[in-house]
Design a binder for this molecule. Sequence first.
Ligand code: UD1
Ligand code: CA
Length: 469
Amino acid sequence: MLRRMTALSAVVLCAGKGTRMKSKKAKVLHAILGKPLCAYPLKRALELGATSVVPVVGHQAESVEKEVRALFPQAPLTFALQREQRGTADAVRSAEAALKGFSGRVLILYGDVPLLRKETLASLLAAHDAAGGVLAMVTTVLEDPTGYGRVLREGGRVTRVVEQKDASPEQRAVKECNAGIYSVDAAFLWKALADIKPNNAQGEYYLTDLVELAAKQGPVGTVVADATETAGVNDKVELAARAKVLQRRINDAHMRAGVTLHDPDTTFIEEDVVVGSDSEVGPGVSLTAGSVIGEGVVIGPGCVVSASTVADGSVLKPYSVLEEAKVGVRNVIGPFARLRPGTELAEDVHLGNFVETKKARIGKGSKANHLTYLGDARIGAGCNIGAGTITCNYDGVNKSLTELGDGVFIGSDTQLVAPVQVGDGAYVGAGTTVTKNVPPGSLAVSRAPQVTKEGWVAAKKARRAAKGG
Ligand code: UD1
Ligand code: CA
């Protein structure tokens, strides 16, 4: 019982170069579903309650650290540097100073293994508890185990791991493989790491030597995981394959929770997106982290919703793009609308095709159905904004505010030169350039008077005929 209370920390190996990625970017920074590979194991460790997480960085240490810190600004991360890649044991040993004084269990994860589920890691900790020894490990059974360390057992008990290059033909026939994921008692870990020698085919410090040392102290706990979970990423083909599995896993969970995905193969929903039941998502849609979609929302084909909220019953027609926007209930948006950061729409708002908004607060029931730019705007309830309306919010130096009261009617092709206000119930005639405030209930028009010359076309033709002969 007491062991359940054991403190948890984690070491995540992120030092690798990833030569086969053929990229200038460090391997662990390559993304699947919007997040770098290493973000997944780091997040799992934090979800399990690790009070201290140590990413071990090496290749492109600075950019890896920078990106990871930006992703987890609040997390208890301490970065450790492995200068030279001398093997997995050496990599973990680089984390010792960062975990000085920590007593409890250390979870060891790979930064390039993104699909390991929280539940599997919880089972690993439970297996560690149940076995009562100093180490537990994740294993996986592979039809073709080539390249992996083999898990050797005697009478069912794990005795050690042998690497492919050091294995006898008999050992190579073993199909249970080491996934490289462990839970280790901290006190044992640091002592044992100091004893590991690079006496092997590769001349490396093998972390797997821990297993033999641990087996001498007590039973080694094991969890057998599915190979899809323990698979790493070595090249871009594998990157795409892992992304597909993650996409499927996330999409399945949404469908089981009552969301209709019309084509899950082309729907990209990142982790940490909420979608209410009875919502429908069309093909080619991306929903990025932090987005919250209500119930009964319809998202048409090709929409991109980034860190935005869309409340119940709203419709995003095809190819609408939302970024840090808040859409209220029963809105109708798009097709081809672009809602940029700071857009806040009340209920029953309609924004049609080729409407762009930025830092725009729009009140209940207001409509802008065609070809309009509303930036730095506060718009009241029940307004009608005609086609081609533009808030001229930028004078080359400053951004200024356009304010419309309730029930304002803006005729088509109007320019609102900010800062400017249009009062409740006012009308602005089509084609007007509004440069002065319009008081409530009044009409503003600025237009050159129309001139009509009857018979002008026939007269012109006659003149031309007379000249040309
Ligand atoms: C390791 C295991 C093997 C297991 C396999 C699962 C050892 C000795 N072997 O083999 O039993 O079946 O993982 O994938 O541990 N890394 C560093 N610094 C280093 C060396 C490695 O950060 O000095 C990182 C790598 O970037 C990688 C991970 O550790 O993310 C695994 O290293 P790798 O060399 O690929 O180990 P394997 O040979 O695959
Ligand atoms: Ca590997």
